[in-house]
Write a protein that binds this ligand. Structure first.
Ligand SMILES: [Fe+2]
Length: 276
């Protein structure tokens, strides 16, 4: 299900595979390593110890909160990521992206909160209702199975009951701006996974970048871990995929509208518009 590659040979085939549920892992990219070194450089100015053990600090939550603030909206990270996409032959001429986000996933599962989070089972498309969406995700420090991403590939084409019929991104964003965190950051499951569902944990190293359809059902590992995970993520949508209807199937999302407004064009910075 995962294919490790260094670059894209045939862009159309690559896209089709993604939207059929294939997961790619890019490796040996100069720019992927550069992003990590720049993120680490920025972190080091504020916190100079081993990131994996940040949870052992008495004020770990405050440090995490400060780091997330420091690493937010960094133009250099986005610029290097753009170069990474070019390096792997991912065409960005008609491509929009959301924010480049560094996430801290605490060692202890129950300590996850809005600043440092481990996210429960979801599809990213439950947030936007855009099935041409591609997710990019990469660890910054060494992680293991106890603090990674977990996929449930059988659910790519299979519905699961969820709260999308009752969730709205605008409401969430408005409340977050006001500092209110009592509205769920994403829709949730309303039923358990079927027994014996295949669990697919991601084995990945810093410098490698995971690329998958935003429709994949996934979560963070939920056991307590000995390490805190630092990772980054960003999502892209290409207008040619919208025009050519190259996308993942919608099996269970009941959002009332789409939210293209979170995506900006890589070059012009214009907001994505979708007219169907
Ligand atoms: Fe996600």
């Amino acid at each position: 299900m995962i294919e490790a590659i260094t670059s894209i040979k045939n862009f159309n085939e690559f896209k089709k595979s993604i939207f059929k549920g294939k997961i790619f892992k890019f490796h040996n990219s100069e720019f992927a390593f550069k992003i990590i070194s720049e993120i680490k450089k920025e972190i080091k100015n504020y916190y100079d110890k081993d990131l994996s053990f940040i949870h052992t600090e008495e004020n770990a939550e405050i440090i995490s909160k400060d780091l997330i603030r420091i690493l937010k909206n960094n133009k250099l990270f986005l610029k290097i990521f753009k170069n990474f996409l070019k390096e792997i032959n991912f065409n960005i001429d008609d491509c929009h992206r959301d924010k480049f986000v560094v996430r801290i996933s605490p060692a202890e599962f129950k300590r996850a909160n809005y600043e440092a989070s481990r996210i429960g089972i979801h599809r990213d498309t439950w947030g936007t209702n855009i099935f041409e969406q591609i997710n990019w995700w990469a660890p910054i420090n060494n992680i293991d199975i106890s603090n990674t991403l977990i996929f449930y590939p059988e659910y790519f084409n299979k519905p699961i009951i969820n709260t999308t019929d009752n969730w709205d991104l605008d409401t969430y964003l408005t409340r977050r701006k006001l500092g209110k965190f009592n509205y769920p950051s994403a829709p949730k499951l309303k039923e358990d996974l079927q027994k014996n569902t295949r669990v697919f944990p991601i084995n990945i190293k810093p410098g490698e970048v995971l690329c998958f359809s935003g429709s994949h059902l996934h979560r963070s590992s939920k056991e307590d871990s000995k390490i805190t995970r630092f990772s980054y993520e960003i999502r892209t949508v290409s207008t040619s995929d919208i025009e050519n209807k190259i996308k993942a199937p919608n099996v269970d999302c009941e959002l009332k509208k789409q939210y293209p407004k979170i995506f900006k064009h890589f070059y012009s910075n214009e907001t994505l518009k979708i007219s169907r």
